[in-house]
Design a protein around this ligand. Structure first.
Ligand SMILES: Cc1cc2nc3c(=O)[nH]c(=O)nc-3n(C[C@H](O)[C@H](O)[C@H](O)COP(=O)(O)OP(=O)(O)OC[C@H]3O[C@@H](n4cnc5c(N)ncnc54)[C@H](O)[C@@H]3O)c2cc1C
Length: 287
């Protein structure tokens, strides 16, 4: 198989916001969708893991066997499709989409501005903030299957809920068509206000993965962790943020094992104190 843009034994700590994670056997960056399609059609039998911006994954220290496909630097165009509607490719960042929407008066998309992931990650996680979620605005998606064939699917074919999306068959996203209500616009200063609000409450300058746990409604995971007295609690090189208790900070030198152990510790303490099972929002992958 001819592979140009690939690396062997690439450390995934270079591709995750927690800056931890062992190596990928093969790390592939497709140039474009044809390249991706050709790669998948010839990749029979090897396991495939997809990575966007790596802001919602904990890759274990042993790394990932098989191939990791990364769209962090490719398949990333955003174009107008019709009035109030755009097509976003999965490698574009959520911030790119928020800025595009601000320029083209598609206001509600401003909620994407504080999410550091890619559009592919946002579609997979049904990412959301400030009262909106990704799939609220999705009109259709373009996906690729395990043998490299592209399909166009309607949102009705997916089941989505809070930070969770069930797929109709094994697939990865390539692009989506999004439509926003014409009535709302957003200004640059509103985007800045959203950013400022996050800076006040979240440790944005540190190496984290955002919220580690889903909120067990009607509670907030951060409140439960704080009430359990765990703010600042440390294992190895990582600790519970003193700014927001649902964030785990890599203080420098943390391993994935440290972070996983801290996650389990938090789950055990919160279960013992409040009889609540905290489910991770972060996806733990690899070996
Ligand atoms: C400081 C900080 C703040 C955050 N704030 C928010 C927030 O407000 N709201 C929120 O919802 N999240 C938030 N997050 C979490 C994270 O940014 C989102 O979940 C984001 O959508 C993940 O995108 P990603 O590209 O980084 O995905 P990754 O972490 O790379 O991947 C996440 C999952 O998506 C899969 N995936 C990625 N791309 C594709 C694709 N094209 N097709 C199929 N599967 C794919 C991966 O295999 C993996 O299972 C925050 C994170 C940080 C670090």
């Amino acid at each position: 198989m001819k592979l140009i843009n690939f690396l062997r034994n690439e450390s995934l700590s270079r591709h995750t916001s927690w800056k931890v994670g062992g190596p990928a056997d093969v790390f592939f960056i497709p140039d474009n969708r044809q390249d991706l399609s050709q790669f998948l059609s010839q990749n029979k039998g090897n396991s495939v893991t997809w990575l966007g911006n790596g802001t919602n994954v904990l890759v274990r220290d042993g790394g990932i066997r098989g191939v990791v496909i990364s769209t962090k630097k490719s398949i990333n165009k955003i174009t107008m499709a019709a009035e109030n509607s755009c097509r976003a490719e999965v490698g574009a960042s959520c911030m790119d989409l928020a800025l595009f929407a601000e320029k083209n008066e598609m206001g509600p998309a401003a909620f994407f501005s504080g999410i550091p992931g890619s559009i592919g990650g946002a579609l997979t996680m049904n990412a959301g903030s400030f009262g909106h979620e990704t799939w609220e605005f999705v009109e259709s998606v373009e996906v690729i299957d395990e043998v490299g064939i592209i399909h166009h699917l309607d949102p009705k074919e997916f089941k989505f809920s809070y930070r969770s999306v069930e797929f109709p068959f094994p697939l990865w996203f390539v692009s989506c068509l999004m439509k926003f209500p014409e009535s709302e616009t957003t200004t640059k200063s509103e985007l800045k206000a959203m950013r400022d609000q996050r800076i006040k409450t979240q440790p944005l300058t540190e190496d984290t993965c955002g919220s580690v746990f889903k909120n067990p409604k009607p509670d907030h995971a951060g409140d439960l962790i704080e009430r359990a007295g765990l703010k600042g609690y440390k294992i190895g090189g990582c600790s519970i943020s003193t700014k927001h208790a649902n964030f785990i900070v890599n203080e420098g030198g943390a391993t994935s094992a440290d972070i996983e152990e801290l996650i389990k510790h938090v789950q055990n303490i919160v279960k013992a104190k409040f009889d609540v099972d905290l489910e991770t929002e972060v996806r733990i992958i690899g070996e």
